[in-house]
Write a protein that binds this ligand. Structure first.
Ligand SMILES: NC(=O)C1=CN([C@@H]2O[C@H](COP(=O)(O)OP(=O)(O)OC[C@H]3O[C@@H](n4cnc5c(N)ncnc54)[C@H](O)[C@@H]3O)[C@@H](O)[C@H]2O)C=CC1
Ligand SMILES: O=C(O)C(=O)[C@H](O)COP(=O)(O)O
Length: 371
């Protein structure tokens, strides 16, 4: 079996090497010619998998080690009888860690006291639910908008879009969809953005293309920079909006889900699905494939407030400012146009909060392991 994999997929040789010949390549520039003789294609979000890529190939199985599937033409795969697997939920905890690291940053730098705020979540799937549960466990007032779910499927108060957009903190965890009854493409439109008020916070960590970036630039300028903006996903990736980025507090190159464990889990979930598809034995188990954390245990002195305690704990494991600064200085101040992908390829590993043990009960709410 010949397996072609995105070079940014961790553990790919270790997991798939026993199943066939593994060749890796940059995902964004993959061409149909590279699929010659390939049976299995393993991608991440940057490869458009569609008829144009696959029509002359003999690919039998496509796996994406990601949560999102908007880069895959699922209908075409089904028509051709090509097997498919994604990795639902693999990096949901990583994205939640990103959200709380970013809110901690806003607390420390701009005094945003988000624990007392009204929180609104856009998209209540695997990621939205983890984020919502953490806020709820911390005692926050949380609601969520997800028109495709019945009320009984929410773990927080269901709300309409306008209600979520009026919240103090708005967390975008919706996929990119251009069709159907509730497409997300441009869903956060100029009208909704024109109603944003000073002091509101937006964390964009779902998919680019959902928020009207031009309208947001205009509103942020009108409000003299008083919106708190955290942007991980962008409409024109790997380019980013050069007018919007300087108006944001945190700018990152689509790495909210890039924890070591989240990325390894993604590869392992696809490995498991591939074995099932071809009727092969799963020889590498989850414990072997997914790393433990490198810190293990965190002792924190009593902090002046819960906000401070959370900020110290989150940033001891992952301080989002490190990614934002690296990106801001190299992308916005430099001429290196490939820096978006370079930073992702050379991402400095980070562990999930859940790999670290703590004693403070309130940190259990954030996914840390309580002892
Ligand atoms: N920034 C990053 O690194 C990462 C981004 N993502 C993105 O986050 C998105 C969400 O991930 P999951 O929760 O795991 O996906 P999921 O598929 O479990 O949930 C998506 C939810 O969005 C809802 N939805 C669909 N249309 C909507 C609309 N118009 N308005 C509000 N909600 C709508 C769906 O009903 C579903 O409940 C993914 O599509 C993925 O693209 C995921 C992982 C990492
Ligand atoms: O899982 C998803 O969905 C994501 O957005 C990934 O974290 C994005 O990572 P890449 O696939 O673009 O490396």
């Amino acid at each position: 079996m010949k397996i072609l994999a995105d070079e940014n997929m961790p553990n790919v040789h270790r997991l798939f090497g026993g199943l066939g010949e593994v060749v890796t390549s940059p995902g964004r520039t993959l061409t149909p010619a590279m699929l010659d003789g390939v049976d299995v294609l393993l991608v991440r979000s940057v490869t458009k998998v569609n008829e144009a890529l696959l029509k002359d190939s003999s690919v039998k199985f496509v796996g994406t080690a990601t949560i999102g599937t908007d880069h895959i033409d699922l209908e075409y795969l089904a028509q051709r009888g090509i097997g498919f697997a994604s990795a639902p939920g693999c990096n949901a905890d990583a994205v939640a860690d990103y959200v709380f690291s970013a809110l901690s940053y806003l607390y420390l730098t701009r005094g945003v006291t988000w624990l007392n705020a009204k929180i609104g979540i856009l998209g209540h799937g695997n990621v939205g639910k983890v984020v919502a549960s953490r806020f709820k466990a911390l005692g926050c007032d949380v609601c969520a908008y997800d028109p495709l779910l019945a009320d009984s499927q929410f773990n927080v108060e269901p709300a309409d879009l306008a209600t979520v957009m009026a919240c103090d903190v708005i967390c975008h965890h919706a996929p990119f969809t251009a069709e159907g009854e509730y497409p997300t493409k441009g869903m956060i439109n100029a009208d909704l953005i024109a109603n944003l008020q000073p002091g509101q916070t937006i964390v964009a960590a779902g998919r680019g293309g959902v928020i009207d970036e031009i309208a947001l630039v205009k509103r942020q300028q009108e409000l003299q920079g008083s919106l708190n903006l955290v942007f991980d996903v962008w409409q024109g990736e790997p380019e980013i909006n050069r007018e919007l980025a300087p108006l944001c507090d945190i700018v990152t190159p689509h790495i909210a889900g890039y924890s070591k464990q989240g990325r390894e889990k993604g590869t392992w979930m696809v490995y498991q699905s591939l074995c099932q598809f071809f009727g092969l034995e799963v020889k590498i188990d989850y414990q072997t494939a997914v790393s433990r954390g490198s810190i293990g245990h965190l002792e924190l002195n009593v902090q002046p407030s819960l906000h401070d305690l959370i900020a110290r704990a989150c940033h001891a494991i992952y301080d989002v400012a490190r990614d934002s600064n690296r990106f801001r200085y190299s992308y916005l101040n430099g001429s290196h146009s490939g820096v978006f992908d370079w930073l992702r390829k050379h991402y400095v590993e980070r562990d999930e909060f859940g790999t670290c043990q703590v004693r403070h009960a309130s940190l259990g709410a954030l996914g840390f392991e309580l002892i």
